[in-house]
Design a protein around this ligand. Structure first.
Ligand code: NI
Length: 425
């Protein structure tokens, strides 16, 4: 089991009365979404639930953004900072983007909760049902705290985080404009941390994720006469081994990097046939954009050299998916401070990173912000399975605290952004 800090006991903090009043609805919404999972860009029902709640709250929204995406806007009413009144021009108020992803995974749920997935082969096994419910309730709470918001909150309900990625299409559809977004915050429920803890990092938090495909062409023939063939399997074995030197011999040891060959395909028709070709597929990951940028050339150079030495031909394909998630120090310090206030000093871990990837990265490449993990593991409730596991579960008691934290982060970050704007004049 991969829970970090497993000896930190689960803890559910006191939340505001407005959040407590939301909790029943919050859990109900999460369970409803959990029972009806939808894959990326198919979140039609989910999107309808989001629209209905925003309409009920009287929050203006745009629907059909990048397909099933929904974007709501709350305009805060706190007095601008540093203003001694009428002589000052009204300033452009800062806008903070809060992001939730809505999609589920192609996986058969093995849990037997009454709200377990009712759709065969589909499951919310990453917690995105929780994220959507949390952001809806946060919207409701922020409305009650609207007099404390020194700017706008843009509520972004995004499709297809898992595959193929909905953040980039949302950005292309203009989600960072009108009003212009100054900063972004998002959270991920995390069963690798105990319930009621927060994990985050200033700077890189999650890695880039890209895919490579290597095709090695040899010459097939009888397995008893290898000298008449060019064996692509032996070439593939050497390529796999030589690829291990990329991380170990050519990336700075102080950087984090992964090159994994995850799929090998060759032959298969008989035990005594050397096949014509072998195909390797895998992923390369990094926190640093520079390490990431160097991968395609480095990997292909290894493949080219090995294949040339063994007389095989090669083809190389690189598919760029997600950049690294890189957190802004100032926004991250706001999130860390609010987390410590809510949960206590010893329940906030500021050294948590993951080589997993997240398309929140695309927003954070455009605007400063913070993505963080809200611990949701609880062994006593059998909720400590890894993400994407058919028995993935969360401790639902963390949902309301997550709303409280997100609402406080929004208020605090807007206050900071407005103060910085007032100082710039
Ligand atoms: Ni996820």
């Amino acid at each position: 089991m991969t829970v970090r800090h497993p000896h930190v006991p689960p803890f559910i903090p006191q939340v505001g009365a407005d959040v407590a009043a939301e909790e029943e609805r919050l859990v109900r919404t999460r369970r409803d979404l959990h029972a009806h999972p939808e894959l990326g860009f198919e979140e039609v029902r989910t999107s309808a639930i989001v629209r209905e709640r925003l309409a009920e709250l009287g929050i203006p929204y745009l629907a059909g953004v990048a397909g099933t995406g929904v974007v709501g806007l709350i305009e805060g009413r706190a007095a601008p900072p540093g203003g001694n009144g009428a002589s000052r021009e009204p300033r452009v108020r800062p806008t903070l983007l809060l992001r939730a992803d809505m999609d589920a995974l192609p996986l058969q749920e093995e849990n037997t909760d009454p709200f377990a997935s009712r759709v065969p082969g589909k499951m919310h096994a990453c917690g995105h049902d929780g994220h959507t419910a949390i952001l809806l309730s946060t919207a409701a709470v922020l409305l009650r705290r609207i007099d404390r918001l020194a700017g706008n909150v843009k509520l972004v309900f995004q499709p297809a985080e898992e595959d193929p990625g909905g953040a980039q299409p949302m950005i292309e559809a203009g989600v960072l404009r009108e009003p212009h977004v100054d900063a972004a915050i998002g959270l991920h429920l995390w069963t690798q941390l105990p319930a009621g803890t927060v994990g985050l990092s200033s700077g890189p938090l999650m890695a880039s994720a890209d895919e490579f495909t290597i095709e090695i062409r040899g010459r097939g023939g009888h397995a008893a006469a290898p000298h008449t063939c060019i064996d692509p399997i032996v070439a593939a074995a050497h390529v796999i081994t030589a690829l291990q030197t990329i991380v170990s011999r050519s990336v700075d040891p102080l950087e984090s990097a992964v090159v994994t060959v995850a799929r090998v395909e060759a032959g298969g028709s008989a035990y005594n046939i050397i096949p014509e070709k072998a195909t390797l597929r895998g992923t390369a990951r990094a926190f640093s954009p520079a390490v990431r940028a160097a991968y395609p050339e480095r990997i292909e150079r290894v493949v080219r050299g090995v294949c040339q030495a063994l007389g095989a031909e090669h083809a190389f394909e690189w598919k760029a998916y997600y950049p690294p998630v890189i957190n802004d120090p100032a926004i991250t310090s706001v999130v860390a401070r609010e987390s410590r206030r809510l949960l206590g000093e010893d329940r906030v871990f500021e050294d948590i990173r993951s080589m997993g990837a997240e398309d929140m990265a695309f927003y954070l490449r455009e605007v400063p912000g913070c993505f963080f993990f809200f611990g949701a593991a609880n062994f006593a409730k059998d909720a400590a399975y890894p993400h994407h596991n058919p028995r993935f579960r969360i401790d639902e008691d963390v949902l309301a605290p997550a709303v409280e934290l997100l609402a406080r982060c929004a208020e605090s970050a807007l206050g900071m952004l407005a103060a910085a704007g007032a100082e710039r004049g």
